[in-house]
Design a protein around this ligand. Structure first.
Ligand code: RTP
Ligand code: MG
Length: 134
């Protein structure tokens, strides 16, 4: 069974749509196997987004993702990485299809509600970072 790391980013928590996001994950048939509400420290945020370290938006992204509590969870299911990214929609919420989480709830590229691992390699790395005991 494949596992993926999902985050409900601080904007999603602030807007009180934790239940909405979890409900979509559950309705899809995916299973939650770990979940925690926490505020990331800067080092963890930088490690999580290390692939973007050289991008112009990196500092702002780290500030945003550490700016309030987020929900981290491990989601399991058949092809869960691809399945969750389909639920999330395109990175830019303006072009994300209506019916997706980003398409339905967001308008700005940074504050796009959720994160989902993008490969088996990153899922493994990210799950270890957030849930080392799992
Ligand atoms: P994520 O990693 O959060 O699941 O999102 P993603 O794969 O769809 O997008 P990615 O390219 O990995 O970008 C990571 C996050 O950085 C923010 N971002 N800001 N200002 C910008 O141009 C910009 N581009 C990306 C978003 O929060 C994006 O989800
Ligand atoms: Mg990404």
């Amino acid at each position: 069974m494949e596992r993926t790391l999902v985050l409900i980013k601080p904007d999603g928590v602030r807007r009180n749509i934790i239940g909405e996001v979890i409900s979509r994950i559950e309705r899809k048939g995916l299973k939650l196997v770990a979940m925690e509400l926490r505020t990331l420290d800067t080092d963890t945020a930088k490690t999580h987004y290390e692939e973007h370290a050289s991008r112009p938006f990196f500092d702002s992204l780290v500030e945003f993702i550490t700016g309030g509590p987020l929900v981290a969870m491990v989601v399991e299911g058949d092809r869960s990485i691809e399945a969750f990214r389909a639920l999330a929609g395109a990175t830019d919420p303006v072009t994300a299809a209506p019916g997706t989480i980003r398409g339905d709830f967001a308008l700005e590229v940074q504050q796009n509600i959720v994160h989902g691992s993008d490969s088996t390699y990153s899922a493994e790395r990210e799950i270890k970072l957030f849930f080392p005991d799992l």
